[in-house]
Ligand binder design. Structure first.
Ligand SMILES: NC(=O)C1=CN([C@@H]2O[C@H](COP(=O)(O)OP(=O)(O)OC[C@H]3O[C@@H](n4cnc5c(N)ncnc54)[C@H](OP(=O)(O)O)[C@@H]3O)[C@@H](O)[C@H]2O)C=CC1
Ligand SMILES: O=C(O)[C@@H]1CCC=N1
Length: 264
């Protein structure tokens, strides 16, 4: 039996946990969760049907420790963990560099990972950057976990930060776009529920076409835009309002904030 400790079982830690349980990567009894208090840990354990990590001493014998707290909490978690010499650690914290993690836990094999919340429904996109001491086995285990929860790519640490701004934060952008398209549907007369379903399914279907055909998105867009037709009129109006520049600026601002947070 494996022993996995999840430190911080919020939006992302919980998404990874539910994905791993659903895909039989971990069994409930193999996982213990730790929150900032015993009470909070018990509540999360009850929610997911897992065990509670009562004492970080348990990290001494754990096969894997997943750090999934907010970046500003990571230093205190590293301090708490250090005396217990965890062997294998995955950190999903944005803007907390491998160098910082390796200084905090000098004995551990460490991998930095940038997942996203669609991992909870098996459609995640995860970047994996191995630390200096990370064994091939830990990288393989990490790839196995996140491939089961969607797509995963082993990349450099800089690319992980860049992907953080694209795919890590990306679901946030996508939900805004879906919400805005649904508003547009309501504006032209559709019921809200139908408008949300149509907006979400349309983005999902378009994304699937890009992934399955391997065609450039511009080529697929051309198939929708008849000359002098309706779609090109819509795209022209959106381009005039700077839709592309808004998205590019958004990703750049996200990366700049990540660099600022990690002191670059
Ligand atoms: N959300 C996302 O889409 C993504 C997040 N990440 C990264 O994942 C990490 C977690 O983010 P997210 O899940 O959104 O944050 P959440 O706040 O949802 O989750 C963090 C959890 O950690 C708990 N916590 C706080 N202090 C401690 C502590 N000392 N020990 C144990 N648990 C503690 C929090 O409890 P409480 O709420 O009571 O404080 C909360 O349940 C961040 O570092 C973020 O950068 C990476 C990719 C995507
Ligand atoms: O906004 C955040 O801090 C996290 C990092 C990537 C997605 N969400």
């Amino acid at each position: 039996m494996k022993k996995v400790i999840i430190i911080g079982c919020g939006a992302m830690g919980g998404a990874i946990l539910s994905g791993c349980l659903a895909h039989d990567i971990w069994k409930k009894e193999e996982v213990s969760v730790r929150e900032h208090s015993e009470e909070a840990s018990a509540a999360k354990a009850k929610q997911y049907g897992t065990e509670v990590c009562h004492d970080l001493k348990e990290a001494e014998t754990a096969d894997l420790v997943l750090i999934a707290v907010k970046p500003n909490i990571v230093p205190s978690v590293l301090e708490e963990l250090r005396p217990h010499h965890p062997k294998k650690v995955i950190s999903i914290a944005a803007a907390v560099a491998l160098e910082t993690l390796e200084k905090g836990l000098p004995d551990a094999e460490i991998v930095r990972v940038m997942p996203n919340t669609p991992a909870s429904v098996g459609e995640g996109m995860t970047a994996i950057a191995p630390g200096k001491k990370a064994s091939d086995e830990l990288v393989k285990t990490t790839e196995e976990i996140f491939t089961a929860l969607g797509k995963a790519a082993v990349v450099t640490e800089r690319q992980l930060d860049e992907l953080g701004a694209l795919s890590g934060a990306g679901p946030g952008y996508a939900f805004v776009i879906i919400d805005a398209l649904a508003d547009a549907g309501v504006l032209v007369g559709l019921p809200r529920k139908l408008a949300i379903e149509a907006a979400a399914q349309t983005l999902y279907g378009a994304a699937k076409m890009v992934l399955e055909t391997g065609k450039h998105p511009a080529e697929l867009r051309d198939q929708v835009t008849s000359p002098g037709g309706t779609t090109i009129a819509g795209i022209y109006a959106m381009e005039k309002r700077g839709i592309r520049a808004a998205l590019i600026d958004g990703v750049k601002a996200c990366l700049d904030r990540s660099d600022e947070m990690s002191g670059k």
